[in-house]
Design a protein around this ligand. Sequence first.
Ligand code: ATP
Ligand code: MG
Length: 391
Amino acid sequence: MFQAFLIKYAEIAIKGKNRYLFEDALVRQINRALRKVDGSFHVFKTQGRIHVETEGDFDYEETVEALTKVFGITAICPVVVLEDEGFEQLKKDVIHYLDQTYQDKHLTFKVNARRARKNYPFESMQINALMGEALLNTFSDMKVDVHHPEMMLNIEIREKIYVYSMSIKGAGGMPIGTGGKAMLLLSGGIDSPVAGYMISKRGVVLDAVYFHAPPYTSERAKQKVVDLAEIVSQYAGNIRLHVVNFTDIQKYIYDKCPHDELTIIMRRYMMRIAEAIAIENGCIGLVTGESIGQVASQTMQSLLVTNEVCSLPVYRPLIGFDKQEIVEISEKIGAFETSILPFEDCCTIWVAKHPVTKPNLGIIKKHELNLSEEIEALFKTAIEQREIIEL
Ligand code: ATP
Ligand code: MG
């Protein structure tokens, strides 16, 4: 029944000259999302709107699903496109449309006509009145409510006639590509994919880095991270995933530093490596899935100590979230099932029974001096020999 979609976006974000940047990015992202859907689509903008028109057969469900993953869209309205065959025919078509679309006709409604083509024989107000009357005569359960209608029936008269009344909630946020680029530290857990989703929701392009420790972490643990990156990329657009072999650094720290400081020192090296790769790839921020107090390495004191090695800003979009709230987003974006697969991640292997929860920066720095002999070479090798996977 539907042959087109009207795409709505929040105008508030796009005052002045940024408007076309926002709209062009949105058109690009819609095209990208629809590339994976069966069908032929034409995406274009007119004054203050974006339209998706279809040609020939297409899969409606898949199309809607793809559009609901595009950041920057607040609502998606499926549109019926009609030829102008006179007002009597239009009434019939609209009645047929409503009959098909709404099972339950106990609805308040308002007709909102817009005559963009001025040679149409009725003015907008007349169309509202005449169509309203026709609907009341046909559907005895429907009532008019001009202030808070449950259903707004939009009729736009252009060369063709566009009818829409349904509105499907969009993903919100800003189109990918309008907000710079950041490096996501992506593990196999629940939190970091959600953190990536949250940052990309604001229009930010992502690269990701994963630290693995073969043979202590398995190939399947790595595959799980690749799968999570793929899930995030459905929203965030193409992601370049850097897989860094962290085994030698981890072992070296284990040999040279107090075991209760292993996690914190390891995290400082993760951040250092992530930042080096970030800068090399044009990223202007780092992103982690940390949340205050969730584990020993995420107390404010620990965050202070890990943060200290970075000069780029570190974005932690989950910082104030409870685990349950993070799980809800993880489920919503379709990552949860993958995140809870039981493969070890590289931090859990040598974790001390009682890691420090209030590390002292001075002491940590002093103990890191124990690493001075080889760490630079290991650091360089880890970065040079990383594997790059494009998603
Ligand atoms: P997650 O659920 O994201 O794994 P977590 O609750 O397990 O988080 P930590 O293991 O303390 O928390 O990790 C904190 C953050 O550090 C993660 O959210 C992630 O951004 C990053 N991180 C942890 N381990 C790795 C890893 N192996 N590779 C890349 N980033 C990692
Ligand atoms: Mg983890």
